[in-house]
Design a protein around this ligand. Structure first.
Ligand code: SAM
Length: 229
């Protein structure tokens, strides 16, 4: 993929930005997803999200709570303590929280399903294969990886999209004025499948809300080597 910037500092700043968003994130994500929440919930209800589920980069638990209503247990992992504190306050009896940096995380066990929403866009190219290796390690045999993220239509909400040394970035500002460049890669459904095929995964993405100008995608991904029969 050519020479790319070492993203260590960028990713620390990205986490700092989300620490600063913890107080208003639940309100923001609830409003952002509202136009498509019915469609996405219906799709999720048809996907295998039972048993033990890992919610990576769970934030304040917008999705964790939905997952917990179906799964036996949900492990909600995030790099932000202020985000995780909000999940703890929800009192979901079958949810446990884990504070970890996903760029330096080795799965201690396997889950029947691995879920991540609005996270993959923040994984830069130089961390991409290592991240998927962690996903592979976290996934039980015949498990499913369910992903929700944004396709290019969602660039509509950004103020300043740019690139630095091939890394796609978007500029974000906290209420106190601090400014951050956050990695933001908008995957088209099939583009992501092509990207993860050499890493041993296959699947499909369904675009949601495109007819109304939105660009959300739900992917259902499995290991290519798993017998799905
Ligand atoms: C866009 S939010 C998504 C939150 C949640 N999945 C949702 O859809 O509401 C991204 C999340 O990634 C977390 N995060 C950022 N960098 C991380 C890292 N290196 N390891 C683990 N989590 C990280 C942030 O704290 C934040 O909660």
């Amino acid at each position: 993929m050519g020479d790319v910037l070492d993203t260590t500092d960028l990713l620390l700043r990205q986490q700092e930005y989300y620490d600063g968003r913890a107080a208003d994130w639940q309100r923001w994500i609830t409003r952002y997803m509202r136009p498509v929440e019915g469609e996405i919930s219906k799709l999720l209800s048809e996907l295998p999200l039972d048993g033990h589920v890992l919610d990576m980069a769970c934030g304040t638990g917008y999705w964790t709570a939905q997952l917990a209503s179906r799964a036996s247990t949900v492990t909600a992992l995030d790099g932000s303590k202020p985000m995780l504190e909000q999940i703890a306050h929800r009192g979901l009896s079958n949810v446990n929280t884990v504070h970890a940096d996903l760029f330096n995380w080795n799965p201690p066990t396997e889950w029947d399903a691995v879920f991540f929403a609005h996270w993959l866009a923040h994984v830069p190219e130089d961390r991409f294969d290592r991240f998927w290796s962690a996903v592979d390690g976290a996934l039980a045999p015949r498990g499913h990886v369910i992903i929700i993220d944004v396709a290019p239509e969602e660039q509509r909400i950004e103020e300043h999209i740019h690139e630095r040394e091939s890394i796609p970035l978007t500029r974000r500002r906290l209420r106190d004025g601090r400014q951050y460049d956050v990695v933001k890669k908008y995957w088209e459904p099939e583009e992501l499948i092509e990207r993860i095929r050499p890493l041993g995964f296959e699947g499909a993405g369904t675009k949601i809300g495109a007819e109304d100008g939105f660009g959300f995608v739900v992917w259902d991904v499995v290991r290519s080597s798993d017998d799905q029969s």
